[in-house]
Design a protein around this ligand. Structure first.
Ligand SMILES: Nc1nc2c(ncn2[C@@H]2O[C@H](COP(=O)(O)OP(=O)(O)OP(=O)(O)O)[C@@H](O)[C@H]2O)c(=O)[nH]1
Length: 494
């Protein structure tokens, strides 16, 4: 829990500082146990990756402390193989290698998570290629200084490859397992088959003697295609684990005398093992990183497409709303009214329901405009629209500007009596606004309404419906304005 918390904060807490040298120490022992031949040749040297992964994981925070702790652990762990002085010098060479790798990666802006191919390549060049070679050259000097009889460049190459491969297989593994996993693995039947086949193959390779079973060549090289398939299907985590396990197993086979790379001289066997591990890592990890990068790009692309689609939908909705809205009053426009009336007509016809239509016209509006000006006239139209909207709030009701100073209202079933009542209320409400109109006989601004109620069917049409409501409005005007007239629907039947 505490380790997880300090990992989340990105700062190595005290528990990490305590466990890191212990883990490092254990890795040294593991390496001595399974990756050092009886002739003392190191096939892969894993421990340097522990500090490097910690520096990368915590972005160099508390680096001096982490370096000191692993240095002490390195010296102590090396004591059974070397003298005090040698252990101290060789551990210093290890630190030089790790810090050079870390420094170069920072210098060339390699992301410490190694999730993109270009970061992985930068890491590969900085660590396994350059820093490990530097360490190899320095370590060979120390070893010769203290009496090694092996030629200088043979020592340097062995050290370089051992360290380089250790960094190459173990750093991505530790980083992959200390970070968050992006996607859950869902194993298909094919995946199960691939895993089973790989296990069988690995079992055969591990049990082979001298790279053969009954005269048939079964060398670790057979596992290279498996690494590619695993990288393709299972992602960085599992691939790094696979590569590390296979590498260590191959190294361990050499320490137990199984000679997986054939019956060749020891130094050639180590070289072959190292070349195999190098190829395995580059194919497996390199391929897995490339695929994970491509998948991340695809996810990012899909996210962007989703975002753009949402934006487009939003603008479409806005455009549709703008298309249906009257610019001056903000209520439905004529187009929206026509569409709604057609839809409501069909619905009422299907359901055998009544439909109410009211046409409303502002009285003596020309004189109002002439007296107060066009701007004031616009304001009045807005106020009338707002009052109508406030009153017609039931689902299915629609208030629209029909044109000029004329409005139209569609209301749901309710019968003639109810329609008249509603229209009367509207008429009184507008007069109740008390908008002074010096040229109106009522002294205030008023409206007239023509109301039509019908049950849509074969014998009538929308055009007739509109016409009768309009006729009723005309009659209201004729009869003195500021009033409501009900349409006579019997006149529209033919
Ligand atoms: N301010 C303003 N005036 C408008 C608008 N649309 C139409 N009008 C005016 O509305 C007036 C309509 O005049 P008329 O058709 O003669 O009707 P009226 O004066 O209301 O008389 P009645 O309807 O018979 O009571 C005209 O003066 C138009 O200019 C608008 O969007 N804003």
């Amino acid at each position: 829990m505490m380790i997880a918390r300090s990992f989340r904060r990105g700062q190595p807490g005290w528990l990490v500082c305590l466990l890191l040298p212990l883990f490092h120490f254990a890795t040294v022992k593991l390496t001595f146990f399974c990756a050092v031949t009886p002739e003392n040749a190191v096939v892969v040297w894993l421990p340097n990756a522990v500090l490097l992964a910690a520096l990368l994981r915590f972005r160099g925070r508390r680096a001096p402390l982490l370096c000191t702790l692993t240095y002490i652990s390195d010296v102590l762990a090396n004591l059974n193989a070397f003298s005090w002085q040698m252990a101290m010098l060789l551990s210093a060479v290890n630190q030089l290698e790790i810090l050079t790798t870390y420094g170069l990666m920072r210098r060339y802006n390699a992301s410490p998570r190694l999730q993109r191919l270009q970061d992985f390549i930068k890491f590969f060049v900085a660590g396994p290629v350059f820093a490990a070679m530097l360490a190899g050259l320095a370590a060979a000097l120390v070893l010769q200084q203290y009496g090694s009889a092996t030629p200088y460049f043979t020592l340097a190459r062995l050290w370089w490859f051992g360290d380089g491969l250790g960094l190459l297989i173990y750093t991505p593994l530790l980083l992959a397992f200390s970070g968050r996993q992006h996607q859950r693995l869902r194993l298909t039947r094919l995946d199960d088959a691939i895993l089973a086949g790989t296990l069988l193959l690995a079992g055969a390779v591990l049990s082979a003697h001298g790279g053969e079973i009954d005269g048939v060549s079964v060398t670790p090289t057979l596992l290279l295609p498996a690494a590619a398939v695993i990288a393709f299907r299972f992602g960085v985590r599992l691939t790094t684990l696979f590569v590390a396990l296979v590498s260590l197993s191959a190294a361990m086979m050499m320490t137990t005398g199984l000679r997986p790379f054939g019956d060749v001289p020891v130094h050639l066997e180590v070289v072959r093992a190292q070349e195999f591990i190098l190829t395995l890592s580059m194919i497996g990890i390199g391929f897995a990183v490339l695929i994970s990068e491509l998948q991340a790009r695809e996810r990012e692309l899909e996210r962007r497409v989703r975002e753009r689609t949402r934006e487009l939908e939003r603008s479409n909705r806005r455009l549709t709303a703008m298309n249906a809205t009257d610019g001056l009053t903000g209520i439905a426009n004529r187009r929206h009214f026509d569409e709604t009336l057609a839809a409501e007509w069909s619905r009422a016809r299907r359901n055998g329901q009544q439909l109410t239509l009211a046409m409303l016209d502002v009285d003596h509006f020309k004189q109002y405009n002439d007296h107060y000006g066009h701007q004031a006239g616009d304001n009045v139209l807005r106020q009338v629209a707002a009052e109508l909207t406030r009153r017609m709030r039931r689902a299915g009701d629609l208030v629209a500007r029909y044109g000029g100073e004329e409005f139209a209202i569609i209301a749901q079933a309710g019968g003639e009596e109810h329609a008249l009542e509603m229209a009367d209320e509207i008429c009184q409400a507008i007069a109740g606004l008390k908008l002074t109109h010096p040229h109106s006989p009522f002294g205030v601004l008023t409206v007239s309404l023509g109301v039509a109620v019908t049950t849509p069917g074969d014998q009538n049409s929308i055009v007739d419906f509109l016409k009768t409501a309009d006729t009723a409005l005309y009659r209201a005007k004729q009869l003195g304005r500021n009033r409501v007239e009900l349409a006579d629907m019997t006149t529209t039947a033919n």
